[in-house]
Design a protein around this ligand. Structure first.
Ligand code: DX5
Ligand code: ZN
Length: 224
């Protein structure tokens, strides 16, 4: 059942004009969600937004908010993003002391729950607890910055997550984030990803709406 998930495109506003966030979200209104990269300058060497920004973008109502938390102390910090109105909250496995307890707490608060893996983090520790999550985010760059190159070496990890979800009969979304573009999206889709974060590919395009459509069509053509 997991292989039938529709393709979804989540542009990342990390690459948007921060002085015009509301308009920048409107620019991607044809996407499926807006990906908000929360960075604390500790888990990653960059600092962006917090729960207040998530709350305001959620209240704007243009798109559901997909909050990607690149922050330490996820157990303590993540619930505030569910309370802020994020449709999904993704925390990093490396930053959570008790990922199952945290996932259940976030579900109780009414949000979808994702768990993210840095490139050097293996997926195997998750395989027996996939049913706790709605989404696994396989990072295809080292988290922290937009505009980096897609790590081809992550394709087998995407395949392993997809296969594990299928064999456990878990309806899981597999998200990829980092270096997703017209050049790389087909391979990620073939490997089993269904949800694609694209920052610079969308925000550096002259026509963001056309870019979203092109990415969605390419991914859909390579899903199987
Ligand atoms: C990186 C972020 C990404 C980033 C992607 O740490 O998690 O969401 O914005 O940007 P691109 O698509 O330019 O790699
Ligand atoms: Zn991200």
């Amino acid at each position: 059942m997991s292989t039938t998930r529709p393709v979804t495109i989540h542009p990342s506003i990390l690459n948007a004009d921060f002085l015009r966030i509301g308009a920048e979200v409107e620019r991607i209104a044809g996407a499926d969600a807006v990906h908000v990269d929360v960075m604390d300058n500790h888990f990653v060497p960059n600092l962006t937004f917090g729960a207040t920004m998530v709350e305001q973008i959620a209240r704007q109502g243009t798109l559901p908010v997909d909050a990607h938390l690149m922050i330490e102390n996820a157990d303590r910090e993540a619930p505030a993003y569910a309370e802020a109105g994020a449709a999904s909250v993704t925390f990093h496995l490396e930053a959570a002391a008790a990922p199952i307890r945290l996932a259940r707490e976030l579900h109780r608060l009414g949000t979808r729950v994702g768990v993210a893996l840095r490139p050097a983090t293996p997926v195997e520790p998750l395989l027996d607890i996939l049913g706790e999550f709605d989404m696994v985010l396989v990072m295809t760059v080292e988290p922290g910055f937009g505009g980096q190159s897609f790590l081809e070496g992550m394709l087998p990890k995407i395949q392993r997550v997809r296969q594990a979800a299928a064999s456990a009969d878990v309806d899981l979304s597999v998200q990829v984030d980092g270096g997703v573009s017209r050049e790389t999206i087909a391979r990620a889709a073939e490997a089993g990803a269904d949800c694609f974060v694209a920052g610079s590919a969308v925000y550096r395009a002259d026509d963001a709406a056309a870019e979203i459509t092109a990415l969605r069509d390419l991914a859909a053509a390579h899903r199987h």
